[in-house]
Design a protein around this ligand. Sequence first.
Ligand code: MG
Length: 368
Amino acid sequence: MVRVALLGSTGSIGTQALDVIARHPGRFEVVALAAGANRDLLAEQAARFGVPADRAVSALDDPSVLAGFAAASDVDVVLNAVVGFAGLPATMAALRAGKRLALANKESLIAGGPVVAKARAEGGGEIVPVDSEHSALYQALRSGRSSEVAALWITASGGPFRGRTRADLESVTVADALNHPTWNMGAKITIDSSTLINKGLEVIEAHELFGVDYDRIKVVVHPQSVIHGMVEFVDGAVIAQLSMPDMRLPIGLALGAPDRLDDPFGAIDWTTLSQLTFSPPDLETFRGLALAYAAGRQGGSAPAVLSGANEIAVEAFLAGRLPWLAIAEIVDEVLQEGSGPADTIEDVLEADRVARDRARSALARRAA
Ligand code: MG
């Protein structure tokens, strides 16, 4: 029995994870649940999965509770589905305690790359990505040696605004941006997807997970979201992972890794799948991707600054206080104010705090 701590249980990834777990009752046991403000759903989940009240808590804003659950001795796998930078303490605790970390919280890895790597090395923990693109790369990488990898390809659906120009996007609404064509996800990641900053964050995430340099991590727009990631090997062979867009496949793989679940969540009907298309991303309109590459290459705390500033800008957009095009402008302004080292957890926390302060100041300047 694999004992699972599920952090972020009432969100999109959390509820889908519980669906996967419910279908494999002899294989997984839920031993801890942490959620945000949705206490009714949390109580329902605790009752359904037999989790005692003291281990089913509304505590996403309490780093010590999250870290405690992540490091608990009766936990084998920690699914970190916390939204944003708040996921860092659980990531660190799980890796230090030598757990398998099923990582849906990409922000913790992006902001804290070097310190997360140190925690992984020291504690002996293992990261299995839940992000669909990285799950695809994780699967495709099994086909060759790391020295044989020529490039990692990450696919992007292009989001709801694919094909639009900057002029088209001047007055888009929150509802327009939340209307993702292929994936049904939480609000923050859906907005990140519309700006392509999500894809940029995924480039940094791939660099941190697989140790491949930025020149060999590439993005291609693929609107059908059937190919999730590809590994190109030195002999020209490309190994891709294909499945219909259903997050339960990568969630199930991360929970059961290295084994696969006998539950074909993303099975393709080849009689109806008529075409798979590809095009380069439009970096002029979707500046978030280029900003993320630049921050990744700069290293140190620049990815933390990028991610922290983006969280504030996305919050402001969702609250109707910022136009869509200005999300990338805020992130750019904050990045241009500089970054520093990210050698310790204190460096990372400080970089995140400063980035948020600067983003709030940039918002205030725009409003003035
Ligand atoms: Mg993804």
